[in-house]
Design a binder for this molecule. Structure first.
Ligand code: NAD
Length: 491
């Protein structure tokens, strides 16, 4: 049995291919740092084409092996369930590791670990419930469908929710009988590596779960372009998603795209303002705004505009910033590049006439003078075509708009290239459903935002937020392909 990691300091400078801890073929490494302090957490292999080749080959050989092909679905299920239990057992270590690697508050990292455990539990329960159908064709034909695994499933993961997003895709892929190759983000590779220990302890054969660490333009590009990968699930920015789609198109490989968002909370004047306030603030400051489903736009009815904006500003101004592990309200921005992007966008917003009601700038945090922290920010006074209304900022910046009637609220909500999530706040049930129908987004929350993040709810985008769905039963479609069998049984 593999040794469990107790001490974060023991993380090896290795990646995980075919059940082995290994260096990159080039033997090059790069550092993963703690965003708040800029101290090195670990040095990890800088994987490239040859490492991706090795990982894909291992995943392919295992996928085709008799051991894997003949493993009963209920056995896969028990092993996945075991991974969930191991994640819970290692919760403290995993949460600490995730908080250090991403900079996010410890409490949020703990919630991420619990979500990862839930993904493994949930898809464990599905492994032996993947059904086909029988189709009436003619009396002499028995026609049925079978859902089969696709084969080698590639997972390209972003830095904002590394463990959750790895768990989300990998648990569904393995439940349906695939083998996986994961390319974590260069900023946050540690929990996907740690998970390898747990997958191994749960008794999965070597080659089912492989991790190639490295840069996007090297390891990520090699994985997206690999001809022997059968499906790619990509979570990240629109720009990179477009490159991954282009690569997949050359090999005619299916992709699932989980991309960005510019999600609104829409508040009517009859809503429960106290409840809405909690979620409006939480949805933009969670993970310092570095969340694909962040509620980054606030669309307010004229009658409550002034008083609600005042409350949001007051609440945002009192939030604490600090080192994630000390559990502040907001941790640091992941790196300087992302921090500068937030600054530039806010600057551009100012030039377009934005009024900054609170925040709007970087702040020095005494306990972590080298980290990049950005004050929780509220801006108003912008038109719907301005950059702060259109661009995904990926920082704690909330842009506020006013509406007069339902039609205007819908226009504002739908008026960006994205369509990931929308929150609708009203006590009028008919209006809530009318709005839900008109909003072009993959997920609508009425009088809440997130519903606790349940792993059971299908999640994904309209428009440039992507296509395909992760989470819930719907995700099983990503990781299976359908075979139709027609049998002549009579004349
Ligand atoms: P990113 O697109 O920069 O990187 C995502 C992953 O792609 C990383 O692993 C990176 O190394 C890799 N990559 C980079 N270049 C590549 C290339 N040429 N070929 C293949 N892979 C490559 O995104 P990010 O900055 O890590 O994450 C932020 C983005 O992710 C935001 O837009 C956010 O909205 C989105 N996101 C979406 C969801 C969702 O489920 N919809 C969840 C989290 C994040």
């Amino acid at each position: 049995m593999a040794q469990s990691l107790i001490d974060i300091g023991t993380i090896p400078s290795l990646m995980y291919i075919n059940g082995q801890w290994t260096e990159s073929v080039s033997q090059k490494t790069f550092a993963t740092v703690e965003p708040a302090t800029r101290e090195m957490l670990a040095s990890v292999p800088r994987g490239g084409q040859e490492d991706v080749d090795r990982a894909v080959q291992a995943a392919r050989e295992t996928f085709e092996s008799a051991q894997w092909q003949e493993m009963r679905a209920d056995e896969r299920a028990r092993k996945l369930w075991q991974v969930a239990q191991l994640i819970r057992k290692e919760k403290a270590t995993l949460a600490k590791l995730e908080s250090l690697d991403t900079g996010k508050p410890l409490s949020q990292a703990q919630a991420d670990v619990e979500a990862a455990a839930r993904y493994f539990e949930y898809y464990a329960g599905m492994a032996d419930k993947i059904f086909g159908e029988t189709i009436p064709v003619s009396p002499g034909i028995l026609d049925y469908t079978v859902r089969e695994p696709i084969g080698v499933s590639a997972h390209i993961v972003p830095w904002n929710y590394p463990l959750q997003i790895t768990g989300r895709g990998v648990a569904a892929a393995i439940a349906t009988g695939n083998t996986v190759v994961i390319k974590p983000a260069e900023d946050t590779p540690l929990t996907a590596l740690y998970l390898a220990y747990l997958v191994e302890q749960a008794g999965f054969p070597p080659g089912v779960y492989n991790v190639v660490t490295g840069y996007g333009h090297e390891a990520g590009d090699a994985l997206a372009n690999h001809p022997d990968v059968d499906h790619i699930t990509f979570t990240g920015s629109v720009q990179t998603g477009s490159k991954v789609m282009a690569a997949a198109s050359r090999n005619i490989k299916p992709v699932t795209m989980e991309l960005g968002g510019k999600s609104p909370n829409i508040l009517f004047d009859d809503c429960d303002q106290e409840e809405a306030l909690n979620w409006v603030v939480r949805s933009i400051v969670q993970n310092a705004g570095q969340t694909c489903s962040a509620g980054s736009r606030l669309i307010l009815h004229r009658n409550i505009y002034d008083q609600f904006v005042e409350q949001v500003v007051r609440r945002m101004a009192t939030l604490t910033l600090g080192i994630g592990i000390n559990n502040p309200d907001l941790g640091p921005i992941i790196n300087d590049k992302q921090g500068s992007r937030i600054e530039q966008l806010v600057e551009q917003g100012k030039q377009e006439g934005a009024r900054i009601l609170t925040g709007g700038e970087r702040v020095l945090v005494e306990e972590a003078p080298h980290g990049f922290f950005f004050k929780p920010t509220v801006v108003e006074g912008l038109g719907p075509d301005s950059c702060l209304a259109q661009e995904e900022i990926f920082g704690p910046v909330l842009t506020v708009f006013l509406f007069e009637d339902e039609e205007e609220a819908v226009q504002l909500a739908n008026g960006t290239p994205y369509g990931l999530v929308t929150g609708i706040w009203t006590k009028q049930i008919a209006r809530a459903h009318r709005m839900a129908k008109k909003i072009r987004a993959g997920q609508i929350f009425i009088n809440n935002y997130g519903a606790g993040g349940g792993v059971e709810m299908p999640f994904g985008g309209y428009k440039k937020s992507g296509f395909g769905r992760e989470k819930g039963l719907e995700a099983l479609r990503n990781y299976t392909q359908l075979k139709n069998v027609a049998v002549k049984i009579g004349d």
